[in-house]
Design a protein around this ligand. Structure first.
Ligand code: SF4
Ligand code: SF4
Length: 531
């Protein structure tokens, strides 16, 4: 039996250097001439400070315990947090769903077949969705519920500091895409379990990846945005984009700011303003051309929809969701519309229902039905011939699988992109881009290697297969990926595998494709790379 298939649940507690090393030769082959490299080493300065005993990646910065007392502290804090997780006072947000996922697993392993990480690694036990969950269940029964004969009935587990550190790290070997949850015959949600483990670490132990916490939630709550842009700067930047893109497109538009009583408050992921300004400009241009009553807000966080708490911490999640709703209430808008950002959709339109008081429950909607209505209404003059290149559509997990928004974006693409082709599978069965749950914004140490080679592997295979009839440089190809985080991951893979040069492959969102087809706009809104 190979090491990757012989790993046991009880190995999680063992005094070994690594739980497992992922070997690149075990990875599922790609339809691409590319030789994967073993992830680079983690710098000594990092391993001296933070625990790295799971695989060869380090995402969660658990400080290395210096003595027996610190080892015990790590275990005790984890147990305290875990006990709170199972009380209604401390976990009224997710307790019912969590208990269901604790009590009803049939061990059928259907979830493993659904998981792109398990598949990409050639069936590595460590990445089996239920590996992490089963460890958590055994701890729960033995140490939290203290069930008599728990070890005998369900299997034993030794809870030491290595178990805790590795379980925390394994909660960050999951994209929280919920593809496994969708296939589970009894409704167990392995993504929720991973997310709740992350929550113990953040809320009880003060340990979270810097990208989502210090540079994410904390920066947003302090400055208004994880980009550190204040409202005034965001407004200045977008005003500059209006001028720039009005000149480039030949279509003059001005983004409205802080308009009281507007029908729509549009909130982008502010990362778009910096990384994909054409997305922000395209929204403004379309909304103006469609004659909508809308506004953006320069209030604290009113211009940045990110809410990273949705991946790791209920407290930070609630603080951010409340600010977003308060901004809308103050402006007296009829509804909030979220731009192309999947996790922001999940945060503000779905999970926020669990934390917003009644007076802050302003209607919150996705941009996709609205964009569909605009395109189908005939308000924009569109020429599909301008999009005369093969297009495929990535389905971001949060609004497709979680929210069921499957058709609106497809109706648009079918109308304006004559060479559209689906990925296999697609819709609610589609695969995560590999950047979900915070990974897309992580570049620390060798996390990028992990994303490009493992978590994004299945998505890359899907993309290449969707264009199997037009591979090579001759034909320009476009991946429509209408989500900030997914775009970041797809951008990184295009760069890592040199796919712009070898495949003429580019990516961007849905609104860019719409503007590219608008007759009143100069041709060539979408640019492949630096062209
Ligand atoms: S599919 Fe559901 S019941 Fe089957 S092993 Fe996975 S979590 Fe358990
Ligand atoms: S949520 Fe996605 S990444 Fe996580 S275990 Fe399930 S299928 Fe795998």
């Amino acid at each position: 039996m190979s090491p990757q298939t012989s790993l046991q649940i009880t190995d999680i507690s063992k005094d070994t250097d690594r739980l497992m090393t992922i070997k690149v030769e075990d990875l599922k082959p790609l339809p691409l001439d590319h030789v994967a490299k073993q992830p680079g080493p983690i710098p000594q300065a990092v391993t001296d400070k933070f625990v790295c005993i799971t695989d060869d990646i380090q995402v969660l910065p658990v400080p290395v315990p210096k003595n027996r007392q610190e080892e015990e502290e790590l275990v005790n804090k984890f147990l305290t947090g875990m006990r709170k997780l199972f009380t209604p006072e401390d976990n009224w947000t997710f307790l019912n769903l969590l208990e269901m996922s604790m009590n009803y697993c049939a061990k059928c392993n259907t979830c493993s077949e659904a998981c792109h990480l398990f598949e990409a690694t050639g069936g590595n036990e460590m990445y089996r969705p239920n590996y992490r969950s089963e460890i958590f269940r055994r701890i729960y029964r033995k140490y939290v519920k203290e069930e008599p004969l728990a070890a005998w009935r369900y299997g034993d587990i030794d809870l030491n500091w290595r178990t805790v550190a590795r379980l925390g790290e394994l909660s960050y070997r999951c994209n929280l895409c919920r593809r496994c949850a969708q296939t589970c015959p009894v409704g167990v949600d392995n993504a929720l379990i991973a997310r709740e483990i992350r929550k113990i670490f953040s809320q009880e132990m003060g340990i979270a990846p810097t990208e989502v916490h210090e540079k994410g939630s904390m920066l947003q709550l302090k400055t208004g945005s994880s980009t550190s842009m204040t409202g005034d700067i965001a407004k200045d930047n977008v005003t500059f984009l209006d001028e720039d893109f009005s000149e480039e497109t030949g279509y003059t538009f001005n983004t409205p700011w802080d308009v009281e009583g507007a029908d729509i408050l549009l909130i982008h992921n502010a990362g778009e303003i910096m990384a994909w300004p054409d997305n922000v400009a395209a929204f403004s241009l379309i909304f103006e051309a469609a004659g909508l009553s809308w506004t953006m807000s320069s209030e604290l966080a009113g211009y940045d929809s990110i809410n990273y708490g949705v991946w790791y911490d209920d407290v930070q999640f609630a603080r951010t969701a409340l600010i977003h709703a308060q901004v809308a209430k103050k402006l007296k808008v009829k509804k909030i519309v979220l731009g192309e950002c999947g996790h922001a959709h999940k945060a503000l339109t779905v999970i926020a229902d669990r934390v917003l008081p009644a007076d802050l429950r302003i209607p919150r909607e996705s941009c996709f039905p609205l964009l569909r209505d605009i395109v189908m209404s005939g308000r924009l003059k569109l020429d599909p011939a301008r999009n005369n290149f093969p297009v495929t559509l990535h389905d971001p997990c949060n609004y497709v699988r979680l929210m069921g928004i499957v058709e609106p974006q497809r109706e648009v693409v079918r109308k304006i992109a004559p060479l559209f082709r689906e990925m296999t599978p697609h819709g609610v069965d589609n695969y995560c881009c590999g950047g979900g749950s915070g990974f897309a914004i992580m570049h620390r140490n060798n996390i990028g290697d992990w994303r490009n080679n493992i978590s994004g592997r299945k998505k890359l295979e899907q993309i290449l297969n969707a264009f199997s009839d037009c591979r090579g440089t001759e034909t320009k190809k476009y991946v429509c990926a209408p989500c900030s985080n997914c775009k970041g991951q797809i951008r990184d893979m295009i760069e890592h595998y040199g796919l712009l040069e070898s495949e003429n492959l580019w990516y961007s969102g849905l609104v860019e494709l719409i503007v590219n087809a608008m007759v009143e706009v100069k041709p060539g809104f979408i640019k492949w790379g630096m062209e």
